[in-house]
Design a protein around this ligand. Sequence first.
Ligand code: SAH
Length: 467
Amino acid sequence: MSLTEKKKIEKNDIYEIVIEDMTEAGEGLGKIDGYPLFVKDAIVGDTIVAKVIKAKKNYGYGRLEKVLISSEYRVAPPCPVARQCGGCTIQALSYEKQLDLKYKKVKNCLERIGGFSREEIEQKMEGIYGMDVPYHYRNKAQFPVGTDREGKLIAGFYAGRTHNIIENTDCLIQNVKNNEILDIVLSYMKKNHIKAYDEKQHKGCIRHILTRVGYVTGEIMVCLIINGSAKQLKKKEELIEALKKIEGMTSIVLNYNSEKTNRILGDECETIWGRDYIVDYIGEVEYQIGPLSFYQVNPQQTKRLYDKVMEYADLKGEEIVWDLYCGIGTISLFLAQKAKKVYGVEIVEGAIDDARKNAKRNGMNHTEFFVGKAEEIFPIQYEKNHERADVVVVDPPRKGCDAMLLDTIMAMAPERVVYVSCDPGTLARDLRILCEDAYEIERVAVYDQFCHSMHVETVVGLQRKDT
Ligand code: SAH
């Protein structure tokens, strides 16, 4: 081996490294002579001793053995099981630093992948909108139920990348009412000898407890996901009696899932008490939310984000709007408050059923929804039916917009495009295409919807260039 040749990095090697960044999964990222090592529980700014636990050709994973110099951004996580639980991956990072990292991530992607100049980006980015109190913000929880080594019934969350349940009925990012709900369900199970589902044996009854709480209305839904039939729920009236005493209880539902699968919910639901759904509001718009509905999980930040979409859409009341990748039509209906007509397109049929129901509920007859691929429906409506738009909103999944869809936007040439994104990388890639000739970025706003995880949401307002 020549002197300049680098030593091969191998499993069980020990290194001292400085953590320079955080990954999407919340791991610290440091380098050994340029070789990236991902270390869970390490925080940007830490100097640590890491043991290599997996060495691939171009990168590896390490275990945090010791923090030599603690990062100035390191805080004591307020949740006692933060390190084991797979939910909050970056609770040990101060909230200010979490926001700073997320903002920079978007900025870097726009520069590096989007090809926009630093000056332009700095001038156009509004900053990041975080939460004043980044706890107890979620309106939906799914607790797996199981038994611990001693056979005791437990509910909690999965540890990162496993299906081991970390007992925790008092999750800091969930609604405080969950504690009471879980207590009641677990006590009922113990008293009546109802077994938790065991996924290895594919036996037992209760798999998950799903809860939803309306942020504005306070309405609560409890949904028990069960393997097998409802007959196993002996004396379920006792459970119903206890649950309905909780203030706000509106809906108690069973969901049947007898498959050997990682999917939490099955397709069939049965309401055993109260309504089939809860109701909540985003601003003035009312939404009914069933056990299977996709609904944004951080209602406070969602309202702020949608207000920003409305601001960037700059509606005067006469506009035709297309909301592509519309989910249950939450953005469509929010914008319908100020638009002449709103069309929504979404691939999941059940979501469109919800969108139509909610449009009716709000008396919004000037909305229309399509089930199908946005990249197919939108071009067909444009080419065959000569539909057009003044404003197009896109809110695609992580993989971003399909090229065909971007082409149609540029051909249709709406005045404004509002791009809502959960992945700054694909956002930047798509903006590069849209801004090559046709559009110009007006403003960019970043939102923290998932505090204590590395996920970040971005809203970009684009204006058609004058031709
Ligand atoms: N705008 C919604 C949800 C956006 S999430 C809200 O604010 O709540 C992205 C949505 O895109 C999901 O509902 C997903 O089902 C849908 N989707 C994924 N691929 C799609 C495609 N090719 N065409 C249309 N919708 C798609």
